[in-house]
Design a protein around this ligand. Structure first.
Ligand SMILES: C[S@@+](CC[C@H](N)C(=O)[O-])C[C@H]1O[C@@H](n2cnc3c(N)ncnc32)[C@H](O)[C@@H]1O
Ligand code: SF4
Length: 474
């Protein structure tokens, strides 16, 4: 156990931890979205234009393909060995479908508006060949008004990216890369089928630095089989020595009832919730000692990094990419399962099946499957939940400035529940409705605090396991 664990009342922690509460990468959660037709989707775009004519843009592109399966993976991916029958043809059709969708999306917005952020996620976008990456990104650049200082990012699998591909990304103007590192411990890597030795990651990091990428992110996961606080400490020492600019320190999301491949995990080797708390606190201690700022639920960033800056200036936003600096941007999603976030209006999501997506694009049909138009209540709660995750605070004046409500009246029931959470040490709550999440315990259990403000959950969900749920898309 760490010295930090000694600061946490384990009885309180046990009562709250372990519930499958949403992580709120979106609010309302996808569970509450519904089927939408094209007319409704277009109407939402138009409403967004009217309500927010001065919008700036961001774009997310999803590439689902991966060479091999990592057992823990909860992402929307398609495992496709490069030399398997039909793989090359399907990949090429997918790239063309995506190019078509990018052009079509450009038709739904004013393309004179500045495009400030582009993120390619997956799956593994680096699965694509250099030629495919060049063509796809060329289409994006032609379709939108990319600003000279735009953040252009890609998720990179260090096992399959070559030096040539990294150089190609740099030439295309990519500024940020995010790497799946997960864990350096050999036993863990073998068990989860994600074997990538330290020197492999070190080589990619060195190459990225030589090529001049502005920022590197590492994804790590704690809470998987065979991980302990000691193995994590070793991994984190190696991570810190490589000095990434950002770190996503994810809690392992285990949903075998929805992700069949997770059923192959050895559940007898899963750490207990106290051991996971210990792992999180080891991370918090080591990252902060190494000079990283703790930004929200599971992200750390060097103080000069835009994520840390964004936490300071209040533009940090929680969304499907984790924490992003893109608060206030209209997010367009392209590709299978991608999500469009029309500010103040709602979410739209594409179909999740890759073959169906390709076929629909080839027919020039709609690929939007579902979405959610925000109610007034959704927007108020969205702002509060975002504040909790991104700043560990609710400041009623900010909410009242945006919406014509009296905060303490609107949230009378929730603020009453805050008194219980205050007694248990998760928050401090003032008479005017200001709520501050404590650290470390409140920060670790911030999902329990946010659950109280989620209008779709029983307000008691923060402590009732049977009321809680988890969505794969969380
Ligand atoms: C799309 S993947 C990253 C890009 C690339 N495919 C790779 O693996 O290097 C995004 C990240 O989600 C995280 N992730 C995937 N499944 C997870 C799970 N079940 N629980 C927590 N994090 C998970 C991993 O850290 C992974 O790096
Ligand atoms: S973690 Fe990355 S490489 Fe592994 S299966 Fe998931 S998306 Fe693919």
């Amino acid at each position: 156990m760490t010295t930090l664990t000694a600061d946490v009342d384990l009885n309180v922690f046990r009562r709250y931890a372990g519930l499958s509460l949403p992580r709120h990468v979106s609010y309302p959660m996808p569970t509450w979205w519904h089927n939408l037709d094209t007319d409704e989707a277009l109407a939402m775009h138009r409403d967004s234009d009217e309500q927010n004519p001065g919008y700036d843009l961001s774009l997310y592109l999803h590439i689902p393909f991966c060479e091999s399966l990592c057992k823990f993976c909860a992402c929307n991916k398609v495992i496709q060995r490069k030399n398997s029958a039909g793989a090359a043809e399907r990949t090429e059709r997918y790239v063309k479908a995506l190019q078509h969708e990018v052009r079509r999306l450009a038709g739904t917005v004013n393309t004179d508006r500045p495009m400030r952020q582009i993120h390619y996620g997956g799956g593994s976008p680096t699965y694509l060949s250099i030629d495919q990456l060049q063509r796809l990104h060329g289409t994006v650049v032609d379709a939108f008004n990319l600003t000279p200082d735009a953040e252009v990012a890609m998720e990179v699998d260090p096992r399959t990216v070559s030096d040539e591909k990294l150089a190609c990304l740099r030439e295309l103007g990519f500024t940020r890369l995010s790497m799946g590192v997960q864990d350096f411990h050999e036993e863990v890597q073998t068990h989860v089928r994600r074997v990538q030795p330290l020197d492999m990651v070190e080589h990619v990091v060195t190459t990225c630095r030589e090529l001049g990428f502005e920022s590197l992110n590492f994804d790590l996961i704690y809470g998987m089989p065979y991980q302990t606080a000691d193995t994590m400490r070793d991994t984190l020492e190696q991570v810190i020595a490589l000095a990434p600019d950002r770190i996503a320190y994810y809690h392992y999301a285990q949903i075998p009832e929805k992700i069949a491949t997770q059923r192959g995990m050895d559940y007898t080797k899963l750490p207990s919730s106290e051991a996971k708390l210990d792992m999180f606190l080891v991370g918090l201690e080591m990252f902060e000692q190494a000079g990283y700022d703790f930004v929200g639920l599971d992200h750390f960033a060097k103080p000069a990094e835009s994520l840390a800056q964004s936490a300071e200036d209040g533009t940090l936003q929680r969304n499907f990419q984790g924490m992003t600096t893109g608060g206030g941007l209209r997010l367009l999603g392209a590709g299978v399962s991608s999500i469009t976030h029309l500010l103040d209006v709602g979410f739209l999501q594409n179909i999740k099946d890759t073959n169906e997506y390709i076929a629909a694009m080839e027919r020039d049909d709609s690929v939007i499957e579902r979405g959610k138009r925000f109610t007034f209540d959704d927007r108020v709660r969205q702002m509060v939940i975002n504040q909790l995750y991104c700043t560990a605070k609710i400041i009623p004046a900010f909410v009242e400035a945006q919406f014509d409500i009296c905060f303490t009246e609107f949230f009378a029931r929730e603020l009453d529940i805050m008194k219980t959470l205050e007694d248990d040490g998760l928050v401090t709550a003032d008479e005017d409705g200001t709520v501050s999440v404590t650290r470390p315990v409140g920060r670790v259990l911030v999902r329990n605090v946010a659950a109280v403000f989620d209008g779709y959950l029983d307000p008691e969900a923060y402590r009732k396991g049977e009321q809680a749920y988890f969505s794969v898309n969380a």
